[in-house]
Design a protein around this ligand. Structure first.
Ligand code: TPP
Length: 627
């Protein structure tokens, strides 16, 4: 079990009786996985050695879907005394949940799948895991060597699936391999230890042919130990940074890569008086109610950031763990300070990538280590910046034009009941949920807000919400669209294990980000969906649920959901005609346009009046204002 403090009784323990009932298996497992902290015994199988290795690496959670090809592996995982297995409804949901559990606990988490479709279903979540910097180990089954090419069931071989990138290291997996013989395990162990010891994310795929899973191990494995290493800057580079930062006002741009260094960032801000802005993923890493917080950049962000640049004209920006990619910056030239960037990142390949023409001092280091090196040099007599800084704006909420719920009012209620009234992690889904939440919610504590920007898959929050809820034993809340909820959700899994997840569904019978985005671009396609009753669906799966038809019902519904011990779905009938705050992206699209097209008359059925729909459209093929 997780050693994190738990508010709810360990939700997975209802599975324990199954283990205990099967006494023989438990004893075998206890013997194989807990022999006096030492090496794996010779007579253990490949599966047992693999599971013992994962236990040594600190894995406590495994999410996945079973299958015949991985029967032994599933059995062995399920009989681990350390690893809790959450048996999900879809492998991509399992992978998103594993990713979010990994980010919530900063530990490696397993996603398991059977061969063939089990592997392909897992890929979207793994794509996100690589992009988000999670530590996720994919365990899969594949076809035994003697059966490859012979039309075996769900054959997983070079005949049926591409090998490059799936079964060897590449863009998706930092490390991937097939265990063709037990003798490979020591090398696999070494590679996993190495990957998990680096700061930052690590994705791995270990695929074990069905016939290999039961083979006896011919040798012992040493106990695996992960010691996370630090990446530090040289003393001369630190001195150079101190010099540059002392030359005049600078801004601090915080990214998700800085999530473990929030105390040091606060110290830096308070010593220097620098303005702090955050990427959407870093929302809350610096308190949003702090007088030096100038706003969120990028999609769903705040105009106050640009006001700051105009008013203060900082000389430089110290970039801490953000890639400054499109969702974070729209590559806006307005965010380039006159003397450019000092960019700190563990990954040297991201440094300078988003703004290749801006002067950039590269610092390869992890953010915590870099700041702990830097801070002692700044403490004495640092010329503190004293400018009055603009803070994120609070726009007045326009009057209701229907009895449906305005998203702005929903966000106010979420702010009061969930953000301020609880310590739940809040995940916002790709779609208008992202922009409303990022723009309007305000977090004063770090690591409570999660969005995916670079990958931005629908279905990430609807399923990923299980991760923090189960691994931290605490409420976690997903703010999602109806389209995403229909695409993929793990409500049934949450019911099975009584996981305290809450889904707030912005039910507008539209893929509204696409609907509104198309109108902004002056294009037209059908983005409507039939009206769905999510309370019926949720209740049909055994979850509690409430429908919210008008604003006066909101607070009561949210309070009930947060008090419920198990999963809860709130179906909110949203006014679809409120414009989601994505204007920065629209501006970005307009900036990217090679050719402006002529003004078009307002399209029939589109009620949006965003100016860019009239003059900001592009002949270039562009994506929606989404992640
Ligand atoms: C897997 C995936 N498919 C497609 C998209 C493109 N996309 C982004 S937002 C969106 C519509 C979302 O609709 P919904 O979930 O109903 O949320 P809304 O914007 O209406 O609040 C789509 C199709 C995506 N991000 N991910």
């Amino acid at each position: 079990m997780s050693n994190q403090s738990t508010k709810y009784s360990p939700v997975i323990t209802q599975e324990k009786p199954i283990k205990i009932a099967n006494k023989q298996l438990v004893e075998e497992s206890v013997e194989s996985s807990h022999q006096s902290q030492s090496a794996v015994k010779k007579e253990t199988s490949v599966c047992q050695a693999l599971v013992k290795l994962l236990e040594d690496l600190g894995v406590e959670w495994a999410f996945g879907v079973s299958g015949g090809a991985m029967a032994t592996l599933w059995h062995t995982l399920s009989n681990s005394r350390q690893i809790q297995v959450v048996h999900c409804r879809h492998e991509s949901g399992a992978a998103f949940a594993a990713l979010e559990a990994s980010l919530a606990t900063n530990s490696p988490v397993v996603v398991f799948s059977t061969a063939g479709p089990g592997i392909t279903n897992t890929l979207t979540g793994l794509f996100a895991a690589r992009g988000e910097g999670g530590k996720v180990i994919h365990l899969s089954a594949c076809t035994s060597p003697s059966q490859r090419g012979r039309w075996s069931i769900q054959e997983t071989s070079a005949r049926t699936l591409p090998q490059d990138g799936l079964f060897n290291s590449g863009a998706l997996y930092n490390y991937a391999t097939v265990i063709d013989c037990p003798e490979q395990l020591p090398q696999i162990g070494r590679r996993l230890i190495q990957g998990l010891s680096q700061p930052g994310g690590f994705t791995a795929h270990i695929s074990t042919p069905t016939g290999v899973q039961t083979l006896p191990m011919p040798m012992s494995l040493p106990k695996a130990t992960v010691v996370e290493s630090a990446i530090a800057a040289t003393d001369s580079l630190i001195s150079h940074c101190v010099e540059l930062l002392s030359e005049g006002p600078f801004a601090i741009w915080v990214g998700y890569g800085a999530r473990l260094a929030t105390k040091e960032i606060m110290q830096l801000a308070e010593i220097t008086g620098a303005a702090v802005m955050c990427s959407p993923r870093a929302k809350g890493l610096f308190p949003e109610d702090h007088p030096q917080f100038v706003g969120i950049t990028g999609l769903g962000g705040h105009g106050s950031v640009l006001n700051y640049f105009k008013a203060v004209k900082p000389l430089r920006t110290l970039v801490l763990g953000t890639r400054m990619g499109e969702p974070t910056s729209f590559w806006s030239p307005d965010l380039i300070p006159s003397q450019g960037f000092i960019q700190v990142d563990i990954d040297p390949s991201v440094i300078g990538a988003s703004y290749p023409t801006a002067p950039t001092i590269p610092v390869q280091a992890d953010i915590g280590t870099f700041l702990r090196q830097l801070l002692p040099h700044l403490s004495n007599n640092y010329p503190k910046q004293t400018a009055n800084l603009p803070n994120p704006e609070r726009e007045p909420i326009a009057e209701a034009t229907s009895t449906l719920v305005r998203p702005e009012i929903l966000m106010e209620a979420i702010q009061k009941i969930i953000v301020e009234g609880s310590d739940a992690v809040v995940l916002a889904e790709s779609g208008n949920s992202f922009t409303w939440s990022t723009h309007l919610l305000r977090f004063s504590q770090p690591n409570r807000y999660r969005v995916s920007t670079g990958v931005g898959s629908m279905g990430h929050a609807t399923t990923g919400v299980l991760g923090p809820a189960v691994a931290k034993g605490n409420k976690a809340v997903a703010i999602v669209g109806d389209g995403s909820m229909l695409m993929n959700s793990e409500v049934s899994t949450a019911v099975k294990y009584q996981i305290p997840a809450v889904w707030i569904v912005l039910n507008d019978a539209r893929y509204n980000m696409c609907y509104q985005g198309m109108a902004m671009l002056g294009l037209q396609a059908d983005a409507l969906m039939p009206q769905t009753d999510f309370t019926m669906i949720a209740q049909g799966m055994g979850a509690e649920s409430i429908q919210v038809d008008c604003e006066s019902q909101l607070e009561d519904a949210l309070t009930k959901a947060m008090a419920a011990p198990g999963p809860f779905v709130i179906d909110v009938k949203i006014d679809a005609n409120r414009h989601a705050p994505s204007k920065g992206r629209t501006k970005s699209l307009a900036n990217r346009s090679a050719v402006k097209i002529e003004e078009k008359p307002e399209l029939k059925d589109y009620s949006l009046d965003d100016h860019s729909s009239k003059n900001g459209s592009s002949k270039e093929q562009v994506s929606f204002p989404m992640v």
